[in-house]
Design a protein around this ligand. Structure first.
Ligand SMILES: [Zn+2]
Length: 113
């Protein structure tokens, strides 16, 4: 069960829903229930180095040489990375690079192709 927000006018907690509206029985104030909804969660937008919005499955190219942590390998500038997967964290792209394997990249070091 969802809890209805209190009346924005008088603060009454006895608000009720009437279709798309919320109504306060104490002061008769009526307002839109849609505006009271919490913003959608989990829609964090991840952008590349030039501001393109990245999505799962995109192909990007690396814009600078990146050392692979714990190895002597380097992901060279211009390396194409197919089928990226966005994730949370400091490194926000999960991917697999030919010859290197699975690794994580920072969106600021890639550009959408
Ligand atoms: Zn009210």
């Amino acid at each position: 069960m969802s809890t209805l927000p209190p009346c924005p006018k008088c603060g009454s907690e006895y608000t009720y829903e009437d279709g798309p509206s919320l109504i306060c029985p104490e002061c008769a104030h009526e307002w839109s229930a849609l505006a009271a909804e919490t913003p959608t969660e989990g829609d964090k937008v991840i952008r590349d180095s030039v501001g393109n919005v990245l999505q799962d499955g995109d192909t990007v190219s690396v814009i600078k040489d990146l050392k692979v942590k714990g190895s002597s390998l380097v992901v060279k500038v211009g390396t194409k990375v197919k089928g990226i997967r966005l994730c949370d964290g400091d490194h926000d792209i999960d991917c697999k690079i030919d010859g290197i394997g699975a690794m994580k990249l920072k969106s600021e070091f890639v550009k959408k192709v």
